[in-house]
Design a protein around this ligand. Sequence first.
Ligand SMILES: [Cu+2]
Length: 150
Amino acid sequence: MAEEPKTHINAAIIAGFIGLLWLIAIMVNFFITPPAGAAAGEEVQIIRGERITLAMDEWGFNGKQGGPIIEIPAGKEVEIVIINQGRNFHGFQVKAPDGSKLAGLDKDDTVDPGEELVLKIKIDTPGEYIYVCPVAGHEERGMRGIIRVV
Ligand SMILES: [Cu+2]
């Protein structure tokens, strides 16, 4: 019985810690993301392989703001087939951690509505990157997703 107050203190510390983690998770969710995956509760589609097909429209990839997670092998050339199913012109670019272009199209190279383009890209360094439509304003509207190089 002498142990009991201590146990309560430990339980309070643990509860506080869990609460803190929960708060941090909420803060991260609100302030750091515009989510590059699906919205909370939705299943995130993962596409793996050496030929990836992505449909683009307003404002997302494969019909979702925050497109699917793409997983490609490091150091190997893969094909990204981008199909513009929207009404605006769109593009595809993988960003380096500093925000510069790592692979894909330049900002001004775009695909017209109804058109498709096969891009060959190769990323040597494994990691998690962001892919976007580089047309001004489109990333902010939801044309972004995660690409994992493994
Ligand atoms: Cu776009």
